[in-house]
Design a protein around this ligand. Sequence first.
Ligand code: DUC
Ligand code: ZN
Ligand code: ZN
Length: 480
Amino acid sequence: MSSESPAPAAPFDLVVRRARIATASDVFMADIGIRGGRIAQLGHELPSGAREIDAAGRVVTPGGVDAHCHLDQPMAPPLRMADDFDTGTRAAACGGTTTVIPFAAQEKGQSLREAVFDYHRRAEGRAHIDYAFHLIVSDPTPQVLNEELPALIAEGYTSFKIYMTYDDMKLDDGQILDVLEIARRHGAMAMVHAENADCIEWLTKRLEAAGRTAPRFHAHARPMLVEREATHRAISLSQLVDVPILIVHVSGREAVEQIRWARGQGLRVLAETCPQYLFLTAEDLGVDDSYQGARCICSPPPRDKANQEVIWDGLNDGLFTVFSSDHAPFSYDGTEGKKPGGEEVPFRHIPNGLAGIETRMALLYSEGVLEGRITLEKFVELTATNPAKVYGLHPRKGAIAIGSDADLVIWDERECTVRNERLHHAVDHTPYEGMRLKAWPGLTLSRGEVVWDGQAFLGRTGRGRFLECGTPSLLPRSRA
Ligand code: DUC
Ligand code: ZN
Ligand code: ZN
């Protein structure tokens, strides 16, 4: 045995040095000392870590919180989502996201508790990064309203999505009021998919009667009017119950106007938008009757260039609280995705959704921050801090602060081109193929572990942990 005393343990497991730290409120230079997966100290010339990473003045942001994505959500056969918790969270990590909140979806006739149980089975042992669940309430029976929802909220499922469209999900106004009342009573956050189902069905039947069934007609069946009407109705229902709501995936001017109006009235209405409403238009669904446009079918559909500007304005001026991917992964080829059973089908049968979990952060950093459309602080607010606050995960997630999980992204500001073959999801295409970006995450840390080093994915299947959500914060106060 040696008589020499052992070298003292390094005070930190990891130190990220010379970081240009961006938070939702400030940008400043500091070293980040990490111990036990958490941020233990911020300061200059911190003592050594067992491991050191030199950020060399590069921007370091909190890892992204993608508060709206769909992973391995049960679908009616032959449909199946391309990404499960393994491939979906792998892609998320490589794109700078360290927390995901997908949806435990109740089927009509199913107990909500059973839906949550089943979704845990899908996630456990597969996720590479941390995850929480939103609920989707599609069958608000008395048992669900009075027993299951209150119990689940108390257990950390503090947000749920309400659909105003889709036959298998939609609630009528009375049911929406019932669910909102539970949200109010138990302090949960209600998210609303706002499109008028009857208008969509009426338009779809007319388009079909005229033989207009190519993918591009999906956008004709869901004009902004149907989103505007439902947005206004959702706002009114929330006003009646006196409970905050968050309108998800807002696509353009008409819904934005309703939300601005509601805010002006002092109503507690939050809003989310997604990359597809900044970078795609209805033309991506096809300018002719080619089936290729099926790739970009999502709801609400992308609009036009002028509406993209409205969405940029809303991101910049605080109308939007959250920027999510709405990753809903369906492959183009094969039998499980955009060609159900391998067939080209009328647009009503094409599954809705786009891949975007890996590209969300880089798209907004490149085209928002580096193009001068939003500040770095706003980027952090929209992609990490606000979603963590709204869904009760802050300050554990979405922050660079002492005690927060060491979920960090070091940014590489260099030209790169989006290529599906370089992405890590299991979808066979990206809507952003060929897009030239000015930045990409150069390193992603999840609880102090490098899961992406700019070249390779380094995660471990099953290392992701389930997060119980606390009480949603960031709800604007009612004037009443
Ligand atoms: N709504 C979503 O939230 N995601 C995918 C499809 C949809 O309509
Ligand atoms: Zn939706
Ligand atoms: Zn969605």
